[in-house]
Design a protein around this ligand. Structure first.
Ligand code: SAH
Ligand code: SF4
Ligand code: F3S
Length: 448
């Protein structure tokens, strides 16, 4: 049989880390589809290009990258034409050292140079040498990315990159560079393009998204509150979210929107890290527990049913039993509904890595478990209050087992399963919550 069209080449992407990386992986896929006519595959064995989008926020995350990379090595030995690329935060931090440690890696690129992938791959093929480009050409990447294509009801839009906060334990400012905001008009153009494709929910993304300070065409700058109001004015936009926020940038203008902008979801992820002022100061977080609680009080005044989630680091160097008790107290007082909580992991090159730390691992592990159990208990308390209420949900998926079963996300970020036709995928509908189990919820479609 003569094949008229050779089948397109395939790429495989494995993503580690945060939502910024998820977003960047989507953009890598867009670039390879648009510039190279390639197709995405879920099996590395079928791929001509294998990309790892990496995370270095904790040691475990970083080591996982190298062990997973090692598993790609036999594929490369069997097919020398295969291209293996490493991007993201480990790439940014380690650069050429990655090729030293894993010589079968062909290209190394950073979060700000992913749009150059086609050129890097071509240069690797021409020169026969591994290529490394982990520079920070500021906001250039967005000018070189193809327009987003989507069929989903919800989409992410990155509005700022990097972090200039330099918390004493964190690698992100080193891997992602300084805070840089995209111009206001660029973001609006991307949002309008998504809304025209039927997207009803927009999540604005940034490492400290509420530090957004974008330029207008006339040279003035605008903040996140301005941006949210402008997007909410677009017909078709039904729900708005933003993440991750820093408590230091939680302005009154932003808080006020919870009273005046109903499209803003009743959920805020606001990482606090610790409930002890002593620890917060050693972490260089730039706020006190009292200041954090005052933000929460104002948010609740503006939007009484707002659901709050947070990040915690347990076992920061020198964390005493009293410090930890203060964190537990804060969790009870605020009533956090979910958390990303991890043991502190010393990161090379950060100031905290030099701090003395005498607390044994078992004690830290026990603290972490206690914290996580408490948050789970609080989440159950909220869940059990929901039956009988009607929730507006965005239908996110159709069950694989039964196409008449849908799953939707509520304003407060919880998922509910209910019966409904697959045609509702990507739409907003009202669902009455009927039953709650430990982690899942059932409901019934409310027909008007
Ligand atoms: N910019 C966001 C969070 C970015 S990193 C903020 O400041 O809130 C995501 C989370 O990883 C952090 O909130 C923190 O809880 C965790 N983290 C960062 N560095 C860490 C380290 N060295 N050890 C353990 N957890 C860490
Ligand atoms: Fe890391 Fe702090 Fe920046 Fe968050 S604000 S990314 S924790 S340095
Ligand atoms: Fe990890 Fe980089 Fe995100 S270190 S958490 S992938 S910013």
């Amino acid at each position: 049989m003569i094949r008229l069209h050779p089948s397109p080449k395939k790429f495989y992407i494995k993503t580690f880390g945060c939502q910024m990386n998820e977003y960047d992986s989507d953009k890598m896929a867009d670039v390879l589809r648009a510039c190279e006519g390639m197709e995405q595959t879920e099996t590395p064995e079928d791929a001509d290009v294998i990309l790892f989008n990496t995370c270095s926020v904790r040691e475990k995350a970083q080591e996982k990258v190298f062990s997973d990379l090692g598993r790609m090595r036999p594929l490369k030995e069997a097919r020398p034409g295969l291209i293996i690329g490493v991007g993201g935060c480990v790439a940014s931090q380690e650069g050429a050292a990655i090729v030293k440690r894993a010589p079968y890696v062909d290209v190394v690129f950073g979060p700000q140079t992913l749009h150059r992938l086609p050129q890097l791959i071509a240069a690797r093929r021409e020169s026969g040498r591994s290529q490394v480009d982990i520079s920070f050409p500021e906001i250039e990447k967005f000018d070189h990315l193809p327009a987003a294509q989507t069929t989903a009801g919800s989409a992410f839009v990155s509005i700022m990159e990097g972090c200039s906060k330099f918390c004493s334990y964190c690698v992100v400012p080193y891997t992602r560079g300084d805070e840089v905001s995209r111009p206001f008009a660029d973001v609006m153009r991307e949002v309008e393009c998504l809304v025209a494709q039927g997207v009803g929910e927009i999540t604005l993304l940034g490492q400290n998204v509420n530090a957004y300070c974008g330029e207008m065409d006339d040279g003035d700058t605008v903040d996140l509150a301005f941006m949210l109001q402008a997007i909410a004015k677009l017909d078709g936009v039904q729900r708005l979210r933003y993440t991750t926020s820093h408590p230091k940038e939680m302005t009154q203008r932003l808080i006020d929107l919870y009273a005046t902008l109903p499209k803003l979801a009743s959920h805020l992820h606001l990482p606090v890290q610790s409930g002890s002022d002593r620890v917060l100061s050693a972490m260089k977080r730039g706020y006190t527990v009292l200041e954090y609680k005052s933000i929460i009080r104002k948010l609740r005044a503006a939007r009484p049913d707002i659901v709050l989630t947070s990040d915690f680091i347990v076992g920061f160097p020198g964390e005493t039993e009293q410090d930890f008790e203060a964190t537990i107290r804060l969790i009870e007082e605020v009533g956090f509904d979910a958390s990303f909580s991890f043991l502190y992991s010393p990161r090379p090159g950060t100031p905290a890595a030099q701090m003395p730390d005498e607390v044994p691992h078992e004690i830290k592990a026990a603290r972490l478990k206690r914290l996580q159990d408490l948050v789970t208990l609080q989440a159950e308390t909220l869940s059990t209050s929901l039956p009988g209420s009607v929730q507006r949900v965005l239908v996110e998926s159709v069950s694989r087992k039964n196409t008449q079963e849908l799953a939707g996300r509520m304003d407060n970020n919880r998922i509910v399963n209910f019966a409904g036709p697959p045609g509702m995928l990507g739409r907003f509908v009202d669902v009455k919550i009927t039953t709650v189990w430990a982690y899942t919820m059932r409901g019934e479609l409310v027909t008007k």
